[in-house]
Design a protein around this ligand. Structure first.
Ligand code: ATP
Ligand code: MG
Length: 334
């Protein structure tokens, strides 16, 4: 079986978009991973055009932590993507509810953050960061797969998948994605926050019996404090994770580089991963200032009141009334 010039060797796995095969490229004589989209995903010519355009953009990004896309083409009524073949295991195989040592989790997450920062800087958002799209290579490096591919949607296709596949793995979706708003790089960093939470605590921040319950939690509930669940090691890492899970994108890390740097600082016990948190004493000073200002206000009011009383004392009393004011015209005087 062939797709384009690529000879299929074996199936590596399958996901919602299609099947990934190990394949051979006879022209260059190398192994590739060939992702073949499910035919029902390729719903229109417009979808094909958009897919090929996006693949071109992805083909231009070169980063040690991002899978290289070699080629894209059409065959057997569908689209295939030839990419770097990786020996290794997807992170979802490795996580499986276990807790990672903090150093290992930080090392993996900071590599992902750096790769995301690089791609975002070139205008490419992943939109589907989750453990199965992070491959751990035998030399302990990570590679991100499916960059920009997972959510290239046709309006019709979006309709088709809404009830099923997209909602099949919602735990890494950011609040804005759940609400159908535009996702940007900060949505990817949110998903990385969920992964970091899962790696250190062995639990997911938002879980529920069904998709509606998970969506409700993602959009409305505060995540549990990872420190309270154990495994986090330090308050600094717990704060970092909580910051990446902020409901509003503007309250999260704004770039992958900033998140990577903060993660690395977590391993350094003397510093805090984000400077504004170290400004807590400043906050205390500010509230001290507020108390002093209030005190000054009270003193000023008292002083004004005292002066007023003094002035009233000096004012001569009004002359006595000749007759009470309520006595009316036709009432006889006393
Ligand atoms: P979804 O489709 O919901 O994103 P998924 O990421 O698990 O789920 P695929 O992207 O189709 O699905 O990947 C299926 C499997 O193929 C992965 O779990 C991984 O093991 C394997 N795989 C993907 N890309 C490569 C690659 N470049 N090299 C080696 N194996 C890969
Ligand atoms: Mg994938």
């Amino acid at each position: 079986m062939k797709y384009g010039r690529y000879e299929i060797i074996e199936e590596l796995g399958r996901g919602t978009m299609g099947v990934v095969y190990k394949a051979h490229d006879p022209q260059i004589d190398r192994m590739v991973a060939l992702k073949v989209l499910r035919e029902d995903r390729v719903v229109s010519q417009e979808f094909v055009v958009r897919f090929l355009r996006e693949a071109k953009a992805i083909g231009r990004i070169t980063h040690p932590n991002i899978v290289t896309v070699y080629d894209v083409g059409q065959d057997h009524g569908t689209i295939y993507i030839a990419m770097e073949y990786l020996e290794g295991r997807p992170l979802n195989d490795v996580i499986k509810g276990r807790r990672f040592p903090v150093e290992e989790a930080v090392n993996i997450c900071s590599q992902v953050a750096e790769a995301l920062g690089y791609a975002h800087g070139r205008g490419i958002t992943h939109r589907d960061i989750k453990p199965s799209n992070i491959i751990l290579t035998p030399d302990n490096r990570i590679k991100l797969t499916d960059f920009g591919i997972a959510r290239i949607e046709d309006p019709d296709a979006a309709q088709q998948t809404q009830a099923g596949d997209i909602l099949g793995t919602p735990v890494y979706m950011s609040p804005e994605q759940v609400l159908g708003k535009t996702a940007d790089g900060r949505s990817d960093l949110y998903a990385l926050g969920v992964i970091a939470f899962e790696m250190v605590t062995g639990q997911r921040p938002f879980d529920g019996g069904n998709i509606a319950a998970i969506f409700q939690s993602i959009t409305h509930q505060a995540p549990p404090d990872p420190m309270a669940l154990g495994g986090c090691g330090s308050r600094t890492l717990a704060d970092l994770i909580l910051r990446s899970l902020a409901k509003k994108p503007e309250d999260r890390f704004q770039t992958g580089e900033a998140m990577a740097a903060a993660l690395k600082r977590c391993l350094d016990s003397d510093s805090h991963p984000f400077p504004e948190m170290t400004r807590r004493p400043v906050k205390a000073a500010a509230s001290k200032k507020r108390v002093l200002a209030a005190l000054a206000g009270v003193l000023l009011t008292l002083a004004v009141a005292m002066i007023g009383i003094q002035m009233l004392r000096k004012t001569p009393p009004p002359p006595p009334l000749k007759h009470p004011p309520w006595r009316l015209r036709n009432q006889p005087p006393n």
